[in-house]
Design a protein. Structure first.
Ligand code: GAL
Length: 684
């Protein structure tokens, strides 16, 4: 088998982590929760189990600044020294998610207010408004002190900002002031421009000054959705600016320390990747919490087979480096039902994170708490502080396995050429989701499910997938899928065209480029922004009742659909790949394909019920392009990194994996049980 080292995709050695380490594994520890005389025992145990770093001070603002302007880092110094004694590096945190009570009482204006006017209070967490100048000032002052103290300390490897920083839909006065400032800047202080962009001639919504504008009410079904779009942009920006400022302060002092934050993979919120000062992204992921997104009777103990894969594929492309900051070691305390994970599942998740190319994995948390909101949350050790839990043992096993592989690890991008050749990008911009979601036209339409139909097919191919934003260079990818990309402009359409002319293979799907960036329909035939590119005009679109679906035929098979279907009028040299077989437009095209320049354009004008048509379209396209694909069943995924193949089995039955020629099993066996992992070496 031939190894491709660099073409076509990016992620290689970075300045923070070494390829030969494969991954570092760490555990959260909160010294402030435990008797000081237990710290040494706990950190020693952490080290003995195989952990290489720990994570401190995430929610400790009250201990770090017990009174306004009075700082105490002495206790943290002791904990850092003990971590160092046991060879544990430290990830330091900024603790802004938990302001001390003196702050909320002295400056109540910092408290978040929701759309209904409810004001949050001290006693939980994440109750302060990122828009509040007072909160920001005090947070930044505390962070600067912390950065001065630890920025030049080689025992600290990096920093995590805040905790799962969210996009706040904050209805407080300061958020409103911020929104008005944002609009003034965006529309150059000219209210006429805003009226034009928001289409306020409609329903007498015209404004005569920026001071008349309020925060849009999401709960009002008919709220001006152009305004909602701008508000969501503003809200995402506010979170990003809060993080950027924290990061800049730390970097004033930090020597050779990285800065990241631990995002929830909220693909729809629009803030991930927006904070450009961060060195890379990391995420938190919980797999088992009471639903059954898994496969079969036991699936609720294992979780959704693509949940970690998608997070990997979403976070990695942002900078090429990523880590996972929180991964559950067992039961959580906050799900609807909190079952035990299936034996082997914790290790399966660890390998799933690794398979995507991560540089570190940290578990939430080392000890199970004895008091507070998270009493029932599992740790690596249980309530006595010393007994290793089931999940703890699975971590131990994973870390042992990683250490065993290190001596034979090759560079990160050592991957087989046929795997690399399948690399596919999915273009994602949450603004499309925001826009469609306010005007779905069919309540059974689901933008995420639409994207997932393509993603699932690609993962069954054993294809590396990158979710990318428009900032990225499309030409690195042999195939670019652009699903339901509703908001576009001429510049973007031009880039798509250039990509195709130069040999790229573009897959555009229904609802793409039907509105401009403000969500307005251009004064032109419906959907015509991309007609020249696809070679299709849209005659009209139709939506059907879920109980009375229509069918689309492709290569003699029929597929059900109801959520969205465009009736296409292709120019004569387009190939028609699928047609509608019912309704008054029977026989008319739903999917077309054309060659253009050195590349191709496939247009899928319909969203089918179970995604099988989408899969068939991709099958046909990849066969045309001569890109060989695998056919892994749902639940089994495969990736390569560092000269290793990793196969993961989330399915409810064993899976037999045929090894590529010349490969050797390193971990597991070719018959992979439920929750099992196979790691093999790739022949050079
Ligand atoms: C995460 C959060 C952690 C912890 C964890 C419990 O969402 O970031 O601080 O609360 O949940 O599972």
């Amino acid at each position: 088998m031939c190894l491709a080292i660099s073409f076509p995709v990016i992620h290689g050695q970075n300045e923070w982590f070494k390829d030969k380490d494969l991954t570092l594994t760490g555990a959260y520890y909160y010294p402030e929760h435990w008797n000081e005389n237990e710290w040494e025992r706990d950190l020693k145990k952490m080290h003995e189990l195989g952990f290489e770093f720990t994570h401190f001070a995430e929610f400790a603002w009250a201990q770090l600044e017990p009174q306004e302007g009075v700082y105490d880092f002495s206790w943290l110094d002791k904990a850092v020294a003990l971590a160092d004694k046991y060879d544990l590096k430290v990830v330091m945190c900024t603790s802004t998610a938990t302001p001390p009570v003196w702050l909320s009482r002295k400056y109540p204006e910092i408290l978040l207010r929701d759309e209904q006017g409810n004001v949050m209070d001290h006693g939980a967490r994440q109750h302060a408004s990122f828009a509040s100048p007072t909160y920001r000032k005090l947070a930044f002052r505390m962070i600067e002190e912390l950065a001065k103290h630890y920025g030049n300390d080689s025992r600290i490897i990096g920093w995590q900002l805040d905790n799962e920083p969210a996009v706040q839909f904050d209805y407080g006065k300061e958020a409103l002031d911020g929104f008005r400032r944002f609009l003034r800047e965006k529309y150059q202080d000219d209210i006429r421009k805003l009226n034009e962009a928001w289409g306020t001639a409609f329903w007498s919504q015209t404004y005569s000054s920026f001071d008349e504008i309020n925060l849009p009410q999401f709960s009002l079904m008919f709220m001006n959705h152009h305004q909602v779009l701008d508000y969501r942009r503003f809200a995402a920006l506010q979170t990003n600016e809060f993080l950027d400022e924290q990061c800049r302060l730390i970097k004033k002092y930090a020597k050779n320390q990285w800065v990241t934050t631990n995002y929830i993979p909220d693909y729809d919120k629009g803030h991930i990747g927006g904070s450009k000062t961060l060195d890379f992204m990391s995420y938190t992921r919980y797999m088992v919490y009471g639903d059954n997104e898994g496969i079969g009777r036991r699936g609720f103990r294992i979780g959704n087979p693509l949940r970690i894969a998608m997070a990997n594929d979403f976070f990695r492309p942002v900078t090429g480096t990523y880590g996972v900051m929180e991964l559950q070691p067992g039961q959580v305390n906050w799900g609807s039902i909190n079952p035990q994970p299936y034996p082997g599942a914790v290790r399966l998740w660890l390998w799933s994170v690794f398979a995507g190319g991560s540089d570190f994995i940290c578990t939430y948390r080392f000890r199970q708490p004895l008091y507070g909101t998270e009493q029932y949350h599992y740790g690596i050790v249980g309530t006595d502080g010393v007994t290793v839990t089931l999940g703890g043992h699975e971590y131990e096993q994973f870390m042992r396995e990683i250490r065993g592989l290190r001596p034979v690890a090759r560079e990160r991008e050592a991957k087989p050429a046929d795997y690399v050749k399948r690399t596919t990008a999915i273009l994602w911009n949450p603004e499309n989701y925001w826009s469609i979601d306010r005007q779905k036209q069919n309540h059974t339409w689901d933008t995420f499910k639409h994207v997932d139909k393509y993603y699932r097919a690609l993962k069954s191919y054993g294809a590396p997938v990158d979710f990318i934003s428009e900032e990225k260079d499309f030409s690195r990818y042999p195939v670019l899928v652009v699903p339901a990309y509703q908001l576009a402009d001429e510049a973007l359409v031009k880039r798509w065209k250039e990509y195709v002319m130069e040999g790229g293979n573009l897959v555009l799907t229904c609802r793409t480029a039907q509105k401009d960036r403000m969500g307005r329909l251009p004064e032109a035939p419906f959907g015509s922004m991309i007609s020249e590119l696809t070679g299709d005009k849209i005659e009209f679109y139709d939506l059907l009742l879920p109980d009375l679906p229509g069918t689309v035929r492709m290569d003699d098979c029929d597929y059900n659909w109801n959520t969205w279907g465009e009736i296409l009028m292709p120019q004569s040299d387009n190939e028609v790949w699928a047609t509608y077989t019912q309704e008054f437009y029977e026989g008319k095209p739903a999917v077309t394909f054309r060659k253009l320049g050195k590349g191709t354009v496939t247009y899928v004008g319909v969203d089918t019920t179970d995604g099988t048509l989408e899969r068939k379209v991709l099958d046909k396209l990849y066969a045309r392009l001569g890109i060989s694909v695998m056919n892994l069943p749902y639940g089994v995924t495969m990736e390569y990194r560092n000269g290793f193949g990793i196969v993961l089995n989330y399915a409810d039955r064993p899976y037999h994996f045929e090894l590529p020629q010349g490969s050797k099993v390193l971990i597991g066996s070719q018959d992979i049980p439920t929750s099992g992992v196979l790691v093999f070496s790739v022949d050079e």
